[in-house]
Ligand binder design. Structure first.
Ligand code: S3P
Length: 437
């Protein structure tokens, strides 16, 4: 399925975006491990989260949807059942890495598989710490399938994260719930803290220390988790496509309601404001996570040297940032972003190719890119863009097309369903001319 998008302006509207993907995964996982029923409102029904639901259903957890609310009948920390077949995580790196931490502690064997993109992504980053904890876990040359067999006991570790990864951190946090002793995790770069917030919400004890910009988490094993109800806010990553749309299209103004603004997620907001973006946060409130309505108006952007401290907190929004840079006055420089090469596609390479097709000049490095912006009146080529089957490349390219000289075809966009199944509907709501063919 391709997207066909015409150039556009005058985007107006009040929209909502689907539930946060990271929080949705964590809600299903922790509710399944709780002793009793939790109710989840606002769950993202993208393919990634549906894969997580299916994984837990295959381990005996009853998950039903009634009037838009998901009920998860958790069976306790040791209540999961042998799935007796490989667990398929589809496209979801978050789900497979978090669940590996739990599956390492179970009394049954498991085989973890995924689609072709997930099958090529690095898994050694979780195999290594879980092995140090005593897990019987192997991967095929550091990739899928992962095979896990029962261990007598898991033991705690002191682990300093070698890469900035919330997935690795969360994997260890979940296995620590089953490990003897105190597990200590140190982050040199603070990554998204949804697992920490969700642990607090479920009443799971954890101690956190702030060490001059670094962070230490201490955790011990627990006997049980009490069920709770969860309200999930809109996903800032999904909102970012529409923030970009309003900024780059003349005469536009959008209000995006009830979006999560956790400070470990909104690096893009800081970067865009530094570029001159007119973005306001209204009605800020707190419900498990901080949320706000985001008001965005068309803006003339200028290129920046991106503060490398922001990279981890805008890692999923980099494709959006690259398009903003392409339509800014002057040069933008990104460094320390090598993790982009380990996402659903090699996002540095994929975005460089998209920029090239749009007619941009850039210098691509191993860990970053220098983009020569076209300025606020710059026009992109009408062209075909390959999404590399990556949802975020597809959506960022689709929005960029609004500044083309006519129309653009973005190829292979089915993957948008992993995180934003109604992306096209939201586009149409605000006046974007987009078709699927
Ligand atoms: C996520 C963490 C990030 C992010 C992913 C979601 C999470 O991955 O890219 O989309 O929910 O923990 P890494 O931890 O690999 O950086």
């Amino acid at each position: 399925m391709d997207f066909l998008i015409k150039s556009g302006q005058n985007l107006k509207g009040v929209i909502t975006v689907p539930g946060d993907k990271s929080i949705s995964h964590r809600s299903i996982i922790l509710s399944s491990l709780a002793a009793g029923t939790s109710k989840i409102t606002g769950l993202l029904e993208g393919e990634d989260c549906l894969a997580t639901i299916e994984v837990f259903r295959n381990m005996g957890i009853k998950i039903v949807k009634e009037r838009g609310i998901y009920s998860v009948e958790g069976k306790g920390l040791r209540g999961l059942e042998d799935p007796e077949k490989p667990l398929d995580f589809g496209n979801s790196g978050t789900s497979i890495r978090l669940c590996s931490g739990i599956l390492s502690a179970q009394s049954f064997e498991s085989t973890l598989i995924g689609d072709s993109s997930l099958s090529s992504r690095p898994m050694q980053r979780i195999v290594e710490p879980l092995t140090a904890m005593g897990a019987n876990i192997t991967s095929k040359n550091g990739t899928l399938p992962i095979e896990i067999s029962p261990t007598d006991s898991l033991k705690s570790i002191n682990y300093s994260l070698p890469i900035a990864s919330a997935q690795v951190k969360s994997c260890i946090m979940l296995s620590a719930l089953y490990a003897e002793g105190v597990t200590t995790i140190e982050e040199n770069v603070v990554t998204r803290d949804h697992t920490e917030n969700m642990f607090k919400h479920f009443g799971i004890p954890l101690k956190m220390e702030d060490l001059e910009g670094k962070k230490r988490i201490n955790l011990t094993s627990i006997d049980s988790i009490n069920p709770t109800d969860i309200k999930i806010c809109g996903d800032f990553s999904s909102a970012s496509f529409f923030i970009l749309a309003a900024l780059i299209c003349p005469k536009s103004e959008l209000l995006i309601k009830n979006v999560g603004i956790n400070k470990t997620r909104i690096g893009l907001l800081h970067a865009l404001r530094h570029m001159g973006a007119n973005i306001q946060l209204l009605n800020q409130t707190e419900n498990i996570e901080p949320t706000a309505d985001i008001l965005v108006k068309s803006s003339n952007l200028k290129g920046i040297i991106l503060n490398t401290n922001l990279v981890a907190n805008m890692i999923d929004e980099m494709p959006v940032f690259f398009i903003a840079a392409a339509l800014s006055e002057g040069i933008t420089i990104v460094k320390d972003a090598k993790e982009l090469r380990a996402k659903e596609s090699d996002r540095l390479q994929a975005m460089a190719e998209a920029l090239s097709s749009f007619g941009l000049k850039y210098d691509l490095e191993e860990d970053g890119i220098k983009i020569y912006g076209l300025g606020s009146t710059g026009i992109l080529n009408s062209t075909n863009i390959s999404s590399y089957g990556d949802h975020r490349i597809a959506m960022a390219s689709a929005i960029a097309s609004l500044r083309s000289d006519d129309k653009v075809r973005v190829l292979d966009c089915l993957n948008v369903n992993t995180s934003y199944p109604n992306f096209v509907d939201t586009c149409k709501e605000i006046g974007i001319d987009i078709k699927q063919s």
